[in-house]
Design a protein around this ligand. Structure first.
Ligand code: I6G
Length: 752
């Protein structure tokens, strides 16, 4: 039998004109089907590589037989317009997510942390609810005057999708409530039971429709149907576990609030229990874990919440998660399989990330064929400090490896079976050049990761930066996701973020050019331009996050935005701090060198002298700007350095400047506390506080619109000094900063 031609081009070259005509028709059909599955149904049916092969074969055939090019040629305009989505709705109160604990000690840390934050001794009573964490999708139901008026998915927590018509078809969701507050947002989880899931997949198979990989996908796919009648035919269920906006409190405790939801007619989880210690919480965790297989629906852990709602209020929030709750996840699921190859992916910061390509294996009900290998040390069998991991066993292509999945996280390679290692398996040689652009890939002192030095010249970095830019927590432009960005980049339409805002002017004329692109029709092109225009106005914290600067994630972006309020103020300070950044780096390096050299007792003085000498050359303004940035609570030298580096790097800065002129950056609004005497003031806490912990003091000050800084400078408005205040109190006195004690602070925020 003749061997199969090796490449798509070879396949095209082997056909005569008649065969080519037939094959072109077949390719048009296959590619159209793949486009529809990918763009409209969110369910790719073939791999990217297979898709590319079909496209290449089509292009090669068209090049050989131009007369046979079809009117519906895939190279011109075939493709499914993205399906019309759901309307977006802003949640009246942000839908939170939960922090995770992965073992008993993290759960004990959570309890201890809460006691510390609240200043409760080990014996003070503190109760928690514990209940199963359902593996479904969260939904927020808004009732006004007892009537269900809106149902919205979580989305990014701030804006979700309006799925009201679909939610009304779920039997567990009441349309009317009696005795409820005027406004009540009920939150909970939509899920599908195991039995219903099996039955649905059987029906789907019988009908020749696609089946679902697991109950959660089935629940999500069923709720997000454009036709509510399809949702009605799907056996969805709903457990209520929380609430958003309320016109009147539901109760004083979590248990009583859930009980009220139950009496309104919602299903609430019967395995909820009140626990009075970490030991009781862990006991209930094990109890639920033992029953996991017989519950009849998927759960992925146990959620604990502080029972007293007053304490929940005092504990408040971190940036996206409440301090008063945690999800204790069940252990990861494991499986063994063969490592077929190691590929290197290049991320937006140039990081070279090794990815394990695996012989497909089912891990906890999901087929896994890729897993992360973290970095070169991990493959070599050592941690970032050079200590052995896996008893020092390295990982080689051809090895049998253990793969594990925990919840939604990317599967990981955990272990290797040396007894099954093939004789010819060679140690993996981690690349020292970027596989995408060929630039040198270097590993800096203290960095666990090797990085491509190509910057924006590296197409992988450029594309990953763009994908990050359009991601959900960043610009979140409807209709412009990772796939579309990749396509536009390949075509040379978008090279940097600013190009997105020039798209309509450059390519939108008559929409013809965009319309001719795969997957785009007139309506979707129009929608895209409208979605881009809408995002010309953007909050400072989103803009900052979207830039993809190393170490500047969502939390740091929010901290910076809260402090600086405007783009101009931030950029000016970062620019002013640039020479201080250089000095800080030089000081760090010099100090590190001296530490390794000097072993005598004059060492400390010598190190301080070196540091002082380097800083002495830094202009005063630069030093003040650097101190302002590093003084922001939550921002340290690493973030400050990353900012000054990114802003000082010529090409990157030019790209940022080109972007910013396209935008209206909304100033960060202080919380609605204009009547508070501390709103807009910069406050520093020092010394030990007696009535509340430092963390609570900070959270309360911020909730009142104050900026909390870690260091005293000329910009400090108020120093709150407890007993034992030292150098900060001294500096405040020198600078003439008002200093008060904790009682005066409490009186100020209470009376103000
Ligand atoms: O994702 C969640 C699952 C279960 C939750 C949750 C929950 O309570 C049983 N509760 C809250 C408050 C949040 N997420 C934010």
């Amino acid at each position: 039998m003749a061997a199969e031609p090796a490449t798509p081009e070879d396949r095209a070259a082997a056909l005569d004109a008649a065969e080519a005509r037939t094959r072109l028709a077949e390719l048009a059909r296959l590619i159209a089907r793949a486009n529809a599955a990918y763009h409209s149904e969110d369910a790719p049916e073939i791999t990217d590589a297979d898709y590319d092969a079909l496209k290449r074969e089509n292009a090669a055939l068209e090049a050989r037989f131009p007369d046979l090019k079809r009117a519906d040629s895939p190279s011109e305009q075939v493709g499914a317009a993205p399906a019309d989505g759901f309307a977006k709705v802003a949640h009246a109160q942000r839908m939170l997510s939960l922090a995770n604990a992965f073992d008993d000690s993290e759960l004990r840390d959570f309890v201890a942390g809460i006691r510390r934050y609240l200043g409760l001794g080990a014996d003070a009573p503190l109760a928690f609810t514990a209940e199963p964490k359902i593996d479904g999708l969260s939904l927020s139901l808004r009732y006004e005057d007892g009537k269900l008026v809106q149902a919205a998915t979580r989305g990014d927590g701030e804006v979700g999708e309006n799925v009201t018509a679909n939610a009304r078809t779920i039997a567990d969701i009441p349309h009317r409530l009696t005795g409820a507050p005027e406004v009540l947002e009920v939150r909970g989880e939509v899920y599908m039971s195991h039995a219903d899931f099996e039955e649905l997949n059987t029906r789907q198979t019988a009908r020749g429709s696609k089946t679902f990989a697991n109950p959660r996908n089935a629940a999500a796919g069923s709720l997000r149907q454009l036709d509510p009648e399809i949702t009605r035919a799907r056996p969805l269920k709903f457990f209520a576990y929380s609430w958003g906006e309320l016109s009147a409190p539901l109760a004083e405790t979590q248990v009583d609030a859930i009980d009220r939801l139950d009496r309104f007619g919602f299903q609430t989880n019967p395995h909820t229990r009140l626990c009075r210690s970490a030991d009781e919480m862990l006991e209930h965790y094990r109890h639920i874990e033992q029953r996991r297989a017989t519950l009849g629906y998927d759960i992925d852990g146990v959620v604990y919440k502080v029972n007293d709602l007053g304490l929940q209020g005092r504990l408040g929030m971190r940036s996206t998660t409440p301090r008063w709750a945690i999800a204790h996840k069940f252990p990861a699921e494991l499986a063994w399989t063969r490592l077929e190859a190691i590929d290197i992916q290049v991320g937006r910061t140039g990081a070279l990330s090794p990815v394990a390509r695996l012989a497909p294996v089912t891990v906890g009900g999901v087929v896994v064929s890729n897993a992360t290998l973290h970095n070169e040390d991990y493959i070599a069998g050592r941690d970032s400090n050079g200590q052995p991991i896996r008893d020092g066993k390295d990982i080689r292509v051809g090895d049998w490896v253990q793969v594990y999945r925990a919840g939604d996280v990317i599967p990981k390679v955990a272990d290797v079976d040396l007894t099954k290692r093939p004789d010819d398996a060679a140690p993996y040689a981690f690349p020292v050049t970027c596989p995408e652009c060929g630039s040198e890939a270097v590993r800096e002192e203290g960095d666990a990761v090797r990085r491509c030095t190509g910057g924006l010249v590296c197409p992988a970095q450029a594309v990953e930066k763009l994908k990050h830019f359009v991601s959900r927590a960043a610009f979140d432009i409807d209709g412009l996701g990772a796939k579309q960005v990749e396509q536009f980049y390949k075509d040379g339409w978008i090279r940097e973020p600013a190009d997105i805002f020039a798209l309509q002017d450059r390519y939108g004329a008559g929409l013809q050019q965009l319309k001719n692109k795969e997957g785009w029709g007139e309506k979707s092109a129009d929608n895209l331009f409208a979605a881009i225009a809408e995002k010309r106005s953007i909050s400072l914290k989103r803009l900052l996050f979207s830039l993809g600067i190393r170490h500047v994630g969502e939390v740091a972006s929010a901290d910076l935005a809260r402090h600086f309020a405007t783009w101009t103020a931030m950029a000016q300070t970062v620019d002013a701090a640039r020479s201080a950044g250089t000095a800080a780096r030089a000081a760090e390096e010099a100090v590190a060198t001296e530490r390794s050299r000097a072993a005598d007792e004059g060492r400390r003085a010598q190190i301080t002298a070196t540091r002082d000498a380097i800083w002495a050359d830094v202009p005063k303004e630069a030093r003040a700007a650097w101190e302002e940035i590093t003084g922001i609570d939550g921002i340290g030298g690493t973030v400050a350095m990353a900012l000054v580096t990114a802003f000082g790097q010529e090409a990157e800065r030019a790209s940022i400047d080109r972007l910013v002129v396209c935008l209206t950056v909304e100033p960060e609004e202080a919380p609605a506390t204009s009547d508070s005497p501390v709103a807009g003031k910069t406050v520093v806490f020092t010394g030990s506080l007696q009535k509340m912990t430092r963390a609570e003091a900070k959270a309360r000050a911020e909730a009142l619109g104050a900026k909390v800084s870690g260091s005293v400078s000329a910009k400090t408005d108020l120093l709150v000094a407890g007993p034992g205040a030292g150098s900060k109190a001294k500096k405040a006195a020198e600078l003439g900063v008002e200093t008060i004690d904790e009682d005066a602070w409490l009186a100020l925020i209470r009376d103000g």
